[in-house]
Design a protein around this ligand. Structure first.
Ligand SMILES: Nc1ncnc2c1ncn2[C@@H]1O[C@H](COP(=O)(O)OP(=O)(O)OP(=O)(O)O)[C@@H](O)[C@H]1O
Length: 340
C-alpha cells in the first residue's frame, strides 16, 4: 500500500498542508520538537492506525477540529481515507462514506515503530496485551467484537462484585464464552508471530528472541477458576483471572527481556516485534503496509541501524524520521511544522 498524498489541517504543530512522500525510502530530518513524530503520527492515524491517548490533544492548540485526508494506492486501486479528530472523538470516512476502524482494517494500512515501543519490553503487562489485542483486531473483525463483548461482561461482573456478588453467574458464563475464544485466537496469532519475531531479531542482533503467552487461567478451567476465586474477587472488587490478566513473556537468550536486557537490546526487541507485525500483515494482505519508523537511529549501533535500513529499503514505501538522515533514500527537512 502506498501513500500518494496526505492533506492535513490543524494536526498538532504541523503547518504545511500537503505531504507527498513518493515511493521507496524517505527520511524526515529535523531538530528536536520540529514535528517529525507529529507527521508520522498523522500518517499512521490517517491510514486507520490506533493509538493511545485522547484525540483532542492532537488538535492544534486553540482549534476545535483536525482533519487528515490520505490518498492511497493499493492492489485494488485508489482510496481516500479521511479522519476527523475533535472533542467528540474520531470519525473516519472511506471514499467519502462514513466508515469504522474495522472497515479500514481491511486495508494493509501502516505499522509505526517508535521509541514508545520500549514500553512493550519494559512496561506493564497491559502494554503487551494491548499490542496483541490491536494486532489481532487488524486481522479479525471477530476478535475485535469478542474483545468488546468480553470487556463489557467484565465491567458488569466487577460492578456486581462491588455490590455483594448476587446474580454473578450469568456474567461468569459470558466471560467464559468470549474469553475462551479470545484465548484461542491469541494462541493462534502468537504461533505465527513467534518465528517472524525470532527471525527479525536475528537480523538485527545476536541472540535468540522467544515469545510465550502467560495465561492467567487455562481456558478449560476458566469457569471453575471464576467460581473458586469468588471470595477473593469479592474482597478485591475485581476479577482476578481471565484474558484481561494475561501477559506476553519476552525472552532474550532464555532470560526475561524486561529485567535483563540492555537498553539497546530492549529497543531491538521492540523493533523485532514491530517488524514481525509488519511481516504478518504483509502476508495477510499479500501487500506490504507502509512502514513508519520514528527515531530510526536512537539507541541502535551501526549493525542494527543497517539491518533496519536494509529492511526499510526493500519495501515499496517506508518513511523514517530522526535527527540525522541515513546515507540512502530521500531526505525531507522539517522545521517548525514546515517541510520541504
Ligand atoms: N495539539 C498541539 N498543538 C500545537 N502544537 C503541538 C500540539 N501537540 C504537540 N505540539 C508541539 O509539537 C512539537 C513537535 O513535536 P514532535 O514530537 O513532532 O517533535 P519531533 O520533531 O519528533 O522532536 P524530537 O526529535 O524531540 O522527538 C512540540 O514542541 C509540541 O509542543
Amino acid at each position: 500500500m502506498r501513500l500518494l498524498r496526505l492533506r492535513q489541517s490543524n494536526f498538532r504543530n504541523l503547518v504545511t498542508a500537503e505531504f507527498a512522500p513518493g515511493p521507496g525510502l524517505s527520511t524526515l530530518v529535523g531538530g528536536n520538537a520540529q514535528g517529525k513524530s507529529n507527521l508520522l503520527e498523522a500518517i499512521f492515524l490517517a491510514l486507520g492506525g490506533e493509538l493511545k491517548n485522547g484525540m483532542m490533544e492532537r488538535v492544534r492548540f486553540g482549534q476545535s477540529e483536525a482533519r487528515l485526508l490520505a490518498e492511497v494506492e493499493t492492489t485494488f486501486g485508489h482510496s481516500r481515507l479521511e479522519t476527523r479528530l475533535s472533542q467528540g472523538g474520531r470519525e473516519v470516512y472511506l471514499n467519502e462514506s462514513s466508515a469504522s476502524l474495522r472497515e479500514l482494517a481491511q486495508l494493509p494500512g501502516a505499522v509505526l515503530l517508535g521509541p514508545d515501543d520500549l514500553e512493550l519490553v519494559l512496561g506493564a503487562p497491559e502494554e503487551r496485551r494491548r499490542f496483541l489485542d490491536l494486532l489481532l483486531s487488524r486481522f479479525s473483525a471477530r476478535y475485535r467484537a469478542l474483545l468488546s463483548q468480553y470487556n463489557r461482561a467484565l465491567q458488569q461482573r466487577n460492578a456486581l462484585l462491588k455490590m455483594g456478588g448476587a446474580g454473578i453467574g450469568v456474567w461468569n458464563q459470558e466471560l467464559v464464552k468470549y474469553g475462551t475464544e479470545i484465548l484461542s485466537l491469541r494462541r493462534r496469532i502468537l504461533g505465527r508471530l513467534k518465528p517472524l519475531a525470532r527471525d527479525a531479531y536475528s537480523e538485527l542482533a545476536p541472540g535468540e528472541l522467544g515469545l510465550e503467552l502467560f495465561e492467567s487461567v487455562d481456558p478449560e478451567h476458566f469457569m471453575q477458576a471464576l467460581e473458586n476465586g469468588l471470595q477473593d474477587d469479592l474482597q478485591r472488587g475485581a476479577t482476578s483471572v481471565g484474558p484481561h490478566r494475561d501477559d506476553l513473556s519476552i525472552l532474550l537468550g532464555g532470560l526475561e527481556a524486561g529485567k535483563y536486557a540492555s537498553r539497546g537490546e530492549a529497543r531491538s526487541v521492540a523493533l523485532a516485534l514491530r517488524l514481525a507485525e509488519h511481516r504478518l500483515l504483509w502476508a495477510h494482505h499479500d501487500e506490504a503496509p507502509l512502514l513508519l519508523v520514528d527515531e530510526w537511529h536512537t539507541e541502535l549501533d551501526a549493525r542494527r541501524r543497517q539491518a533496519l535500513l536494509n529492511y526499510a529499503q526493500s519495501l515499496p514505501q517506508a518513511i523514517l524520521a530522526g535527527l540525522e538522515a541515513p546515507s540512502i533514500g530521500r531526505m525531507i527537512p522539517i522545521e517548525a511544522g514546515v517541510w520541504g
